[in-house]
Design a protein around this ligand. Structure first.
Ligand SMILES: [Zn+2]
Length: 244
């Protein structure tokens, strides 16, 4: 990909253009990290729950941890501590059966979480709905913005799972900033009240499991670049690499 794209790009531009190829989620993290850390060397962890869970770690040089087979930081497919979440190990699209964090924090697992929650709310409209499981799952975000108790409880649960995972990853990575991205943090999709509640629960769920020094230092903030973050991050990595 790099060779073919690079030569096509050079031909079109009339000169060689620095090009990098990498993971979209990691490059989104590079861009968001540049925003939060500014000129500092602080490291940044990003979690972006959407259809799946994108996780990126950006080091003191501003570059992502990619691993030796480009499979590093697949943090969405680490096992969730199911005893803390009081939930079963649902299967994940990746094939693992150990209860991937992705299932408890993203759209991918919402049908399971909804089915579980409907036992408590048998009279809820979604219990009688003829929509597909996917359609029902996708309706939850809108319902939560209107304060529907079932939907709010489901996103509270997801926020708790994200928070515990932030602490889990902090044991290995010890970042200064944690950026939460994805559709739930997009002001066009969710209310200020929803985002504040979600981020508060993330914080409260992480804190008991962080070391004391981390608890005072780690700053958890929403992402700000939206869909453009991945393209901006790729451009930044190309820039950083051509400088060095
Ligand atoms: Zn998985």
């Amino acid at each position: 990909v790099h060779t073919a794209y690079s030569s096509a790009l050079a031909q079109k531009a009339g000169r060689a253009v620095p090009l990098v190829v990498g993971n979209d989620g990691n490059y989104g993290g590079v861009a968001e990290a540049q925003r939060v850390r500014g000129q500092s060397n602080s490291t940044v962890l990003m979690l972006a729950p959407g259809s799946g869970l994108g996780v990126a770690y950006i080091d003191s040089h501003g570059l992502p941890l990619e691993g030796d087979t480009l499979a590093g930081m697949e943090g969405g497919h680490m096992p969730a501590p199911l005893q803390l979440l009081d939930i079963k190990p649902y299967p994940c699209g990746c094939g693992k059966d150990w209860g991937c964090v992705e299932v408890y924090t993203t759209i991918s697992g919402l049908p399971y979480l909804l089915a579980e929650k409907l036992k408590k709310y048998p009279e809820h409209d979604l219990a009688k709905s003829t929509a597909t499981p996917k359609e029902k799952a996708l309706s939850l975000r809108g319902l939560a913005q209107k304060g529907d108790p079932l939907a709010v409880e489901i996103f509270d649960f997801q926020a708790k799972a994200i928070g515990i995972h932030v602490a889990n990853l902090a044991m290995a990575l010890d970042p200064t900033f944690v950026v939460i991205g994805g559709g739930l943090m997009d002001p066009e999709n969710t209310t200020d009240e929803f985002r504040e509640r979600y981020l508060r629960i993330v914080r409260e769920s992480a804190d008991p499991y962080l070391w004391t020094a981390q608890r005072g230092r780690i700053t958890i903030v929403p992402a700000t670049l939206g869909d453009l973050s991945q393209a901006i991050g790729a451009a930044l990595v190309a820039l950083y690499q051509s400088r060095s």
